[in-house]
Design a protein around this ligand. Structure first.
Ligand SMILES: [Ca+2]
Ligand SMILES: [Ca+2]
Ligand SMILES: [Ca+2]
Length: 147
């Protein structure tokens, strides 16, 4: 029978940070929806707010956090790059960020909020994602959502 002091019973384990008996540090202590370590990485502090758009690329800091884009680079944002309509389809191309999964949605109107899924679970294929939507009426709006 082995005891806690018996070295033969010890096994390697995954290193876990923190102090025994204490909860792990809150990754978002300022509760703005962005991990504090991510804020410090890009902004040097947690003083930036979620709704601000530091690099003025039209994508808020919080949206860039969720999309995996660089909030300090205006060239880095989740965007539909080009739509290629044909007679019975629309090829939608957008920026792909490593490790993210997207849903492509479409709507006939920008005012009634009725978005429907075209495709879900689309793994990002940097630098560009592409999906062809078979449609009878290529006059439609498209958007990409991070899952
Ligand atoms: Ca935060
Ligand atoms: Ca931005
Ligand atoms: Ca950006």
């Amino acid at each position: 029978m082995s005891t806690w002091s018996d070295g033969d019973a010890w096994r390697a384990s995954i290193a876990v940070g923190g102090t025994p008996g204490e909860a792990a540090a809150d990754p978002d202590a300022d509760t703005d929806g962005m991990d504090d370590s991510w804020e410090v990485l890009y902004f040097g502090s947690t003083s930036e707010t979620d709704g601000d758009d530091w690099d003025a690329d039209g994508s808020s800091n919080c949206t860039e956090f969720r999309a995996g884009t660089d909030p300090t680079d205006p060239e880095s944002a989740l965007r539909i790059i080009v739509l290629v309509p044909t007679e019975l389809s629309v090829e939608v191309n957008w920026s792909g960020i490593e490790g993210k999964t997207h849903t492509l949605q479409t709507s006939q109107s920008l005012t009634d909020g009725s978005w429907s899924d075209v495709a879900t679970g689309l793994e990002a294929t940097p630098p560009t994602n592409s999906h062809t939507h078979q449609v009878l009426n290529p006059a439609a709006f498209y958007r990409v959502v991070v899952e």
